[in-house]
Each structure stands twice: as C-alpha cells, then as structure tokens.
Design a protein around this ligand. Structure first.
Ligand code: ADE
Length: 352
C-alpha cells in the first residue's frame, strides 16, 4: 500500500479549480471551454486524419469497452509534440460519450491536486494528464493504486493518530501523454493497458489536414498551396495549422486575394524563415553549429545544448526527432552527426 502525505480536512479540501479544464465531449460544450486553436481539432475518429494504426487499435478498445459497459483501459500516448495526443484524448472521450478532464503533470504539484481530481471523477470519465513524465513522485504513488485497483490511499491525521484511509474510486480512464516515454518510471508505464506511439504524419495526410483547416477557416487554397504548407510543417499538424494562419495573415494584408496559391505560401513562409523542408531558425542553428564549429560532428548532446543555450531534453525530444526523420541528423554512440543530406540542404557539402 502506498503511504502518501496527502491530508484531507474540511479546510484543506481538494480544489482543482483553475488547475483543471473540464471538457464535455459534446462539440457545443467543447467550444465553450476550448481555446481558438482548438477549434481546428477533429472531435471524432472519423474526422481525425492519419495515425491509421493508432486509430485502429483505439477504435477496437473503445468499441469493446462500450460493449461491456466498462471504462476504457488506461492509455499512454507518446511521441513528439504537436502530433495530436491531446486531440486523441478528446476524441476518445467523445467516442466513449464521457467528459474529459484535462490537466498537466506540472500543475499537480501538491498531493491534494491529484486527490481532488481523482475524487471528483464520475464513473467512466477520462482524466487526461499531459507531460506525465513530469509527475511529482507523491502524485505518481497516489496514481498506482488508483489506476490498478481504483483505490486512493490517503494519510490522515498526524503523529500517533496518523493512519491510512482508503477511498474507493469509480472506474475511470487515465490518458497520459508524453514526449519522453523513456522518462516514465516502469511502475507507472506498466499500469497503462494501452501504450501507443504517435508517428510523424505522411505528406498526403498533412495535405488533407491543411485542406480541412482551410475549409473550417473559410479560406480558399489551391491544391499546390495546401501541398506546400504540408511540405513545410515538419510533418506536424499543429505546425501546419499555424503556418496556414500565417499565410492567411499575408493574404489578408495583401487584400483582394480570392484564392491563395503556392507562390503566396512560399512568400509568407520565407518571411517566417521556414525553409522548403520545414526547417526553422533553431533547426538550422543546430546544424550550422555542428558543421561550422565541429566539422559536422560527432558532438555530445550536452555540448550542443550548452553552446546553443537550449535545454538538452528539449533538443532531444522536440528538435532532433524531426531532423532525424528528414535524414539530416544521426545519433551515434559518440554524439550527433550531420548527414550528407543535411550538408547538402545547408549548401555545405564542400566542407566535408
Ligand atoms: N488538425 C490537427 N490534427 C488533425 C488530424 N489528425 N486530423 C484532422 N485535423 C487535424
């Protein structure tokens, strides 16, 4: 039994207010509580483009859970940022016909934060914890029996009167999201019945995502314009939607543009220093540092992070996955190395 230091008294009752977003699965309620960026999110499996295998696996589990009248098993979603982990959690809630409670691990600082969330859950509801690798140890230990046995073990009283009180919880689904699955402790990882990686999106799926977003924003884009945004969005829908909005800004300022074409996309994205492969200034800075200062590598991650003034975990989980995916960077046992394709892209092949 986990021994935890959370205490519940009347004066100190769990108050998740402000630390949690409560989202109803029905679209009308969602619009009321979600931000503007969220209005482009798909809300059901049918509208969710790409991630075919993930959807297939989750659809089966959702259908089975609904058929048995049970809560969906706990789900861990991992992968680089912007690929749709939060969106998928909302889709799951919608498909299950339950409310989603959204929070993020850094907001669960005190034991009573997670206690409050768990105690307020209604049967079969979905609790989404973003950045779950950052969960404080006490919160993590409270989650173990909650996930496994639907039981909350609370320490009540002080000194001689201290004892553990167990509270039964309703069946619920924890959806954890992380960019760093490797940073999760194995006891926590093992308690997820489903553990799924989100992959970078294929070009044709990204093009469809841009078309869908353009339609929702009431914009008219040529197929080539959608394709150009798809090519330059780092295989990431969140970035595709962001680039689309920057293109819209340029079109608005120019005025008189009924249809946005590839040339306008190119001009707008040049302005934002997003190159033809989707690399931004920080990607190029990393590659340039390796090439200019170290002849292309190998260089250790910590050296790169110190030189660029970046956090090494961010470089590792946010910047590098895309550079590796486009084949511009390799991780080797001796450090990071720029590939030949990376050198060609930066026009520095001659320096080898
Ligand atoms: N917008 C962002 N991600 C999306 C996805 N996977 N499908 C459809 N629209 C999206």
């Amino acid at each position: 039994m986990a021994i935890v230091s959370s205490k519940i008294s009347k004066a100190d009752s769990p108050t998740p207010k402000g630390r949690e977003r409560l989202v109803h699965a029905e679209p009308i309620e969602q619009e009321r509580t979600l931000s503007r960026e969220d209005s482009l999110r798909p809300s059901c499996f049918e509208d969710y483009i790409g991630q075919t295998e993930l959807k297939q696996v989750l659809k089966i589990s959702v259908t089975a859970a609904l058929g048995r009248g049970e809560a969906l098993d706990h789900v861990l979603l991992y992968g680089p940022p912007g690929l749709g982990k939060t969106t998928m959690a909302l889709v799951l809630a919608k498909e299950l016909g339950v409310k989603a409670r959204l929070t993020s691990a850094p907001a669960l600082e005190r034991p009573r934060d997670i206690v409050g969330l768990l105690m307020n859950l209604q049967p079969r509801e979905l609790l989404f914890v973003d950045e779950i690798h950052r969960l404080p140890k006490v919160a993590e230990e409270l989650l173990y029996p909650a996930m496994e046995d639907r039981r909350l073990d609370l320490n009540v009283g002080k000194g001689n009167t201290a004892r553990t009180r167990s509270v039964d919880l309703p069946p619920f689904t924890l959806v954890g999201a992380t960019t760093r699955a490797g940073a999760l402790s194995s006891p926590l990882r093992d308690r997820f019945g489903l553990s799924q990686r989100l992959e970078f999106y294929r070009l044709k799926d990204l093009q469809a995502i841009v078309e869908r977003a353009a339609c929702l924003l009431k914009l008219s884009l040529t197929n080539d314009a959608c394709l150009e945004i798809a090519r330059r969005c780092r295989s990431t829908p969140r970035i595709a939607n962001r680039l689309l909005k920057r293109v819209r800004d340029v079109a608005t300022v120019r005025g008189g543009m009924n249809v946005i074409d590839a040339q306008l996309v190119d001009e707008a994205l040049e302005l934002h220093r997003v190159d033809r492969k989707g690399l931004d200034a920080s990607d190029r800075r990393l590659l340039e540092f390796l090439l200019k200062v170290h002849g292309g590598g190998p260089v250790g991650l910590d050296t790169i992070a110190a030189a660029l003034g970046e956090d090494s975990a961010t470089l590792e989980s946010v910047v590098e996955p895309f550079l590796m995916q486009v084949g511009f960077l390799n991780r080797t046992p001796r450090g990071r190395v720029v590939t030949e394709a990376g050198r060609i892209h930066l026009g520095r092949l001659d320096k080898k």
